[in-house]
Design a protein around this ligand. Structure first.
Ligand code: S3P
Length: 178
């Protein structure tokens, strides 16, 4: 199931609120690798928050910057990378994810995601006033997360540290990391 090539990136994908950044930081510590938060990279590159980029330039422009930022990881030191929830939308991103690393899908339900996120102000796609936005988006994306992933982990009711430890074990057993 896993492409067992050591020395490549470990990408965390999944819906907003799945815990990609929290788990990713812990996983990076466990694997003794650098941690990269792609949203933070976009913010560094643009000098704006993700929400500001959405408002000022629109989603399409955000996706273009997100893609460029992802592609910049080619040739970078093997890292643990927390991706924005929409990284799987563009086919070229899915291709780059699979080319550059092992993809780990953190599964979360729409309800649990919203409960974890709390204030949706920083998540422009959820701050629409439509209470079913999370369910609609997650339903549309679920197949893409599954298709791109080498491994998938349920996060429901689980401690981020325990999830990170399970991922680290699986990656080590699978020979993905040493
Ligand atoms: C998005 C998820 C966000 C951020 C942007 C768009 C999405 O990242 O990239 O708001 O389309 O799901 P997180 O998944 O880290 O919240």
């Amino acid at each position: 199931m896993t492409r067992e090539t050591p020395g490549r990136h470990v990408f965390l994908v999944g819906f907003m609120g799945a815990g990609k950044s929290t788990v990713g930081r812990m996983l990076a510590d466990l694997l003794k690798r650098p941690f990269v938060d792609l949203d933070a990279r976009v913010e560094e590159q643009t000098g704006r928050s993700v929400a500001e980029v959405f408002v000022e330039a629109g989603e399409e422009a955000f996706r273009a910057i997100e893609s460029e930022t992802l592609a910049l990881l080619r040739g970078a030191e093997p890292s643990v990378v927390a991706c924005g929830g929409g990284i799987v939308l563009l086919p070229e991103n899915r291709h780059v994810l699979r080319e550059l690393g092992t993809v780990v899908y953190l599964k979360v339900t729409a309800g649990e995601a919203l409960a974890r996120i709390g204030d949706v102000e920083g998540r422009p796609l959820l701050a629409t006033g439509d209470p079913s936005a999370a369910t609609t988006l997650l339903t549309a994306r679920e197949g893409l997360y599954r298709a791109v992933a080498d491994l998938a982990f349920d996060t429901a009711g689980q401690d981020p540290g325990a999830i990170a430890a399970r991922i680290a074990d699986e990656l080590t057993i699978g020979g993905v990391v040493r």
